[in-house]
Design a protein around this ligand. Structure first.
Ligand SMILES: [Zn+2]
Length: 439
């Protein structure tokens, strides 16, 4: 044993007893002996733990939205406009369901293009939108004995009054002074819509029209409390036969990246379209749960002599199938998942789009976890790791979505207008800001 150094605690006590009793002097008797490699390892471990903690604090701090602070009037107006659009989207689904109630084809389905509509929404300062809202759709029917679908693309304008809308369960919990209205159906110059009972028959007639007095456009109107597809005279043919194939976002993300990449511009514009449509389609039959990579598609045109088709990233869409025994006209089901689940899935999707990689691939999972509390830690870990890579406003949106459970809005429900305003302000607006460069 070295003189003056001991690791024997009893010897230390005895040595100090012999002292004069005024001060216990342990210092000369202790000497910490560390090997250099032990010390380096310990420092490394400490650094990893501290930086992990820092990332977690960062994620949590970014997600702690000041829900109590009053959103601006403009933000409230936009949140209200999104709520209005989701009612219109729901009414469109109801009208299509009513028009496709016959068993003329084995299947009927609609592809709804995901427009962000931010220009239309933001252009209004008074809260009154001059343009009548319209949805771009591909209406598809499966002909008996044919493998492919007959598909027609058209734009459907909404000729509905406030009282005709499928308001359903997403009606705001409290009335606010902010009012939003879109052009109502009572414009004197408008032709009166003619209601149709059989959508397939009307589509066939419109497609075969060959003179100006036969051309029609499709609208949604309400008659005697029934929301229906109707036609109005049009200056030209409003249906385009559509022969494109399509590809899912999941296929694109799972694709070998050495073969194809989605340009950054397309990924950023896609992120804002998806975030905006989350609110536009929330609690409607179009979006039974929430967005996922399996449910988002893009038109894809095959290229001769090439394995990969040409993908139109600017036109993402979702599918909805209409079955005869599925009374979608009745708005009785609560389609929306709780906010924490809906937003977590949006956060995961945003990470997948940024990294061009699926969650399963990132964590080498054979099977995707289903439960919320199995997915949450993966999303948080991925968001933490991406901290230095993401553009600041993109990261803001990701942190809000993945950290929603730890944020101040965590107890909010979709019926709460403040939550809509918060999602607009913390997710859609930052993503849109990101895209200004490319618009
Ligand atoms: Zn049919």
């Amino acid at each position: 044993m070295t003189q003056g150094v001991t690791d024997d605690i009893l010897a230390l006590i005895v040595a100090n007893r012999k002292d004069d009793g005024k001060h216990i002097d342990l210092i000369p008797r202790f000497k910490l002996m560390f090997g250099a490699s032990n010390l380096t390892n310990a420092i490394d471990e400490l650094e990893t733990a501290v930086s992990g903690l820092n990332r977690l604090i960062h994620t949590v701090t970014r997600s702690r939205q000041p829900v109590e602070s009053e959103p601006s009037r403009q933000t409230k107006r936009l949140a209200k406009a999104f709520r209005h659009l989701s009612s219109l989207a729901s009414s469109l689904h109801t009208a299509l369901g009513n028009g496709w109630s016959k068993s003329c084809h084995p299947s009927h389905n609609a592809q709804l293009f995901l427009d962000d509509r931010l220009d239309v929404l933001q252009s209004s300062k008074s809260g009154r939108h001059k343009a009548r809202p319209a949805f771009r759709l591909v209406l598809a029917t499966e002909a008996p004995g044919k493998e492919s679908l007959d598909r027609l693309e058209t734009e459907v304008h909404m000729h509905l009054d406030e009282q005709d809308l499928d308001i359903g369960r997403l009606e705001a919990s409290s009335s606010t002074r902010v009012r939003v209205s879109f052009t109502s159906s009572h414009c004197d110059s408008d032709p009166l819509p003619t209601g149709i009972d059989d959508l397939c028959m009307a589509l066939t007639a419109a497609q075969s029209a060959n003179s100006a007095n036969q051309y029609v456009a499709f609208v949604v109107s309400a008659s005697k409390g029934r929301t229906q597809i109707a036609t109005i005279p049009a200056p030209q043919k409003c249906l385009i036969a559509c022969h494109q194939q399509f590809i899912s976002l999941k296929e694109l993300l799972s694709d070998d990246l050495t073969k194809r990449r989605i340009p950054l511009r397309s990924r950023m514009l896609l992120s804002v379209r998806l975030a905006s449509n989350l609110l536009q389609l929330l609690n409607t039959p179009w979006l039974p749960a929430t967005f996922s990579k399996e449910k988002i598609f893009f038109p894809a045109t095959p290229v001769p002599k090439q394995n990969t088709p040409l993908v139109d990233f600017s036109r993402p869409f979702i599918h909805s199938e209409f079955k005869e025994d599925d009374p979608t006209a009745v708005f009785s089901q609560n389609y929306a998942s709780p906010p924490k689940e809906t937003l977590l899935e949006l956060g995961i999707l945003l990470l997948e789009i940024w990294h061009e990689q699926t969650l399963e691939e990132r964590f080498s999972l054979d099977k995707s976890p289903v439960e919320f509390f199995d997915r949450l830690p993966l999303a948080l870990k991925w968001a933490e790791e991406s901290h230095t890579e993401l553009l600041e406003s993109y990261e803001n949106a990701v942190c809000y979505c993945t950290g929603f459970m730890t944020g101040e809005s965590r107890g909010s429900q979709w019926k709460d207008d403040k939550l809509w305003a918060s999602v607009y302000g913390e997710v859609i607006e930052p993503l849109a800001r990101n895209c200004k460069l490319w618009r």
